[in-house]
Design a protein around this ligand. Structure first.
Ligand SMILES: NC(=O)c1ccc[n+]([C@@H]2O[C@H](COP(=O)([O-])OP(=O)(O)OC[C@H]3O[C@@H](n4cnc5c(N)ncnc54)[C@H](O)[C@@H]3O)[C@@H](O)[C@H]2O)c1
Length: 244
């Protein structure tokens, strides 16, 4: 018996990094997976590996998100778990940041969490059971230089999570966030070796995490009874970077 046997789970950002690792972990626990990502080529490869349904989707496109979410619920007869993992990271000092850069970050890393949750939640409420898990970042808690837009978007995800959790828990829908520390995915490939060395030295654990070390937290939050008491929480697989 898998911890997620029979659950229909939609994972965004599933073509790469943590989204792909969560998809693998969910598949291993028996979930029926639906993967979404805007990178159609990598998504097709990831879905083929798992025999999963795949949707090329830009999570900033409200109509497209609604179509995919409602389509999954209609064709599968249910949508039990939503994992909001799609995201981008850019580094720009605040004094040089233009409005478009800020707006794009908010659209991809925050507004998308609202869109996917907004359209998924009614299906979960109707069923009386659901889990919404959003990948924030420890930078939501501590901030980061040249990351005002990213830190703001991720802090917004935590606020959204708490408010949605209060509204939806009475309907059996549990909403939580995961705020990872630095994780070895393509997202941080571009950062300088100097930054990586200095950052690692700062971490109590002395090393970055791997995507497969974050995925079990997403399994826990989606499972029963492991996840049943988490409501509006932020779990922090972060190598000790932040201890709230
Ligand atoms: N890697 C880290 O150190 C780290 C730390 C904390 C939080 N995070 C967060 O974890 C999540 C996953 O990041 P990752 O490290 O696995 O990065 P990644 O770059 O490997 O994966 C992100 C995925 O999101 C997809 N994506 C981006 N914009 C999209 C859009 N508009 N529509 C649909 N898909 C889109 C990308 O195509 C990619 O497949 C992100 O939300 C990120 O902010 C990452």
């Amino acid at each position: 018996m898998g911890a997620l046997d029979g659950r229909v789970a939609l994972v965004t950002g599933a073509a790469s990094g943590m989204g792909a690792a969560i998809a693998h972990a969910y598949a291993a626990e028996g979930a029926q997976l639906v993967l979404a990502d805007r990178d159609a080529d990598r998504l097709t490869a990831a879905a083929a590996e798992l025999g999963a349904e795949a949707h090329a989707l830009d999570v900033t496109d409200a109509d497209a998100v609604r179509e995919v979410v409602d389509g999954v619920a209609a064709s599968r007869g249910r949508l039990d778990v939503l994992v909001n993992c799609a995201g981008i990271l850019t580094e720009v000092p605040l004094l040089e940041m233009d409005v478009e850069t800020f707006d794009e970050m908010i659209a991809v890393d925050l507004r998308s969490v609202f869109l996917c949750s907004r359209f998924a939640a009614p299906h979960m409420v109707a069923a009386g059971w659901g889990r919404i898990i959003s990948i924030a970042s420890q930078l939501a808690l501590k901030g980061g230089e040249s990351l005002a837009h990213y830190s703001a978007a991720k802090a917004g995800v935590l606020g959204f999570t708490k408010a949605a959790a209060r509204e939806l828990a009475p309907h059996g829908v549990l909403v939580n966030a995961i705020a990872p520390g630095p994780i070895l995915t393509p997202m941080i490939d571009g950062l300088s070796e100097e930054w990586k060395a200095a950052k690692q030295a700062e971490l109590p654990l002395g090393r970055f995490g791997r995507p497969e070390e974050v995925a079990p937290t997403a399994v826990l939050l989606a499972s029963d009874p492991g996840g049943t008491l988490y409501v509006g929480q932020t779990l922090g697989p972060n190598s000790g970077d932040v201890m709230p």
